[in-house]
Design a protein around this ligand. Structure first.
Ligand SMILES: [Cu+2]
Length: 448
């Protein structure tokens, strides 16, 4: 079945496939393993507070897709919204035509259209899926919407060093334009949720004393970097972006840039009723929090602010040693162009905005180092599709062993990442901050 589909793509070309899908829908025999229905949703995040959004299967987040590594999957997507849609399988090593990015040649799904994605999920770990459209000035669309979900690819052998597993997704809602300090426009929000509810309006996470709970947290915000803490508890970080970290470490609070995932273990050794949430009071009060309740405990949930915490990727990398030398080094400079009050900046990579950014050709098997220089006053969560990279330098200091698919490159700072060209096909590189990506912050890699 998959082979037929490949041949069809080869013969007819992507554009034709897209219009074929738009007109007829994709008919393929056999049941799909998962079905996703994209449709408008009135989401009640607290009594009397309803968000009009678009989501998968009438819920936020969409269904957890849990699938063994290396076993082919078919996911049927129906688009019942009124705009063309596409689903990106973030963090997976899959073909360009299945990856769910139109820039790479994946087909769009027309309104009332249907498409079957078929690929072999890999690598194992905590991945996710989300729409990969552009929003521009419409803060109801693209990643501002409820179109996201967790995708857990089960490893061949699971360590299972935990008693309970909890998936949490962070999201900000109802963006509107607000002035930033430099007078360029930025996006602000009315509400925030963990999963689909505001703090105090969801069932608590129920735990027992002595349990080890593994939290798998995704920042599904379109633009905001979040800080999360669990009052009174230490968070032992075990994985970043779904990949086990070389050095596990304990923090009082963690930072997640847009699209990043963090997994951490918590020893439940402080009986009580606690708030887990954003460390910044305004965002937590806007709803970003959830109650953790020990068995047999009751009372008002307590928030205890963590001590001032700095976040650095470095303690979780290999404690010593430098990364393998790359075959090719590619300098990438990020700059912005102020376009006036009430407008978003334009973003540039090496002086050009997408679609005019240079397309970089890579050769299969070679190792590439991206020397990223952020000459702007904004932080950028940089994402490379279809490959995992190794963070090899931050702010001029080398490091090794930390494998990610999103890395925060801080304002007026530098970062270097290495990837091996091991998955032929068009590959998108972009800032995951929706308003940066929408205004030029994208670039393509192609294989020779
Ligand atoms: Cu950015």
């Amino acid at each position: 079945m998959n082979a037929d589909r490949r041949q069809f793509i080869g013969r007819a070309g992507i554009a034709t496939l897209g219009s074929y899908l738009a007109s007829k829908g994709w008919a393929q025999a056999g049941p799909a393993d998962y079905r996703l229905e994209i449709a408008p949703l009135k989401l009640e995040i607290a009594p009397g507070k309803t968000i009009r959004t678009v989501a998968y299967n009438g819920r936020v987040p969409g269904p957890l897709i849990r699938w063994p590594e290396g076993k082919p999957i078919v996911i049927e997507v129906s688009n019942l919204s009124d705009v063309p849609e596409i689903v990106h399988w973030h963090g997976q090593w899959i073909p360009s035509d299945q990856d769910g990015s139109m820039e790479e040649g994946s087909p769009m799904i027309a309104p009332a259209g249907q498409l079957r994605y078929s690929f072999t999920p890999r690598p194992a770990g905590f991945r996710w899926y989300h729409t990969h459209t552009l929003a521009g000035h419409d803060f109801k669309r693209a990643t501002y919407s409820g179109q996201f979900g967790c995708f857990y690819i089960e490893p061949k052998s699971e360590s299972g060093a935990y008693d309970q597993e909890v998936f949490l997704t962070l999201h900000d809602w109802n963006g509107y334009m607000g002035a930033a300090s430099d007078s360029s426009m930025d996006v602000s929000y009315d509400y925030a949720t963990i999963n689909d509810r505001m703090l105090g309006h969801a069932d608590p996470i129920r735990v027992r004393e002595g349990q080890r709970v593994l939290f798998r947290v995704l920042n599904a915000s379109a633009t905001v970097t979040h800080w999360i803490a669990l009052s009174g508890h230490d968070l032992k970080i075990t994985a970043m972006d779904g990949n086990p970290v070389p050095a596990q470490g304990t923090m009082k609070a963690v930072r997640l840039a847009a699209a990043e995932r963090l997994e951490f273990l918590v020893e439940m050794n402080q009986p009580g009723v606690w708030v887990m949430g954003e460390t910044r009071d305004d965002i937590r009060k806007a709803g970003m929090g959830i109650v953790v309740e020990y068995a047999g405990q009751q009372g008002e949930p307590k928030w205890v602010a963590p001590p001032e915490t700095l976040w650095d990727y470095r303690p979780f990398a290999k404690p010593e040693g430098t990364a393998m030398e790359p075959d090719v080094k590619i300098p990438l400079t990020f700059t912005s162009k102020f376009r006036g009050h009430g407008e978003f900046d334009y973003w540039m990579i090496n002086g050009k905005s997408y679609p005019r950014t240079d397309t970089i050709t890579v050769e299969e098997g070679k190792r590439y180092r991206l020397l990223m220089q952020n000459k702007s006053a904004d932080d950028h969560p940089i994402h490379l599709h279809r490959h995992t990279f190794e963070v090899t330098s931050l702010e001029g200091r080398p490091m090794s062993g930390l494998r990610k698919d999103v890395v925060m490159v801080k304002a007026n700072s530098t970062a270097e990442i290495d990837f091996t060209a091991s998955n032929p096909g068009a590959t998108l590189f972009h800032c995951h901050q929706q308003s940066h990506m929408d205004f030029g912050f994208m670039m393509l890699f192609r294989y020779r």
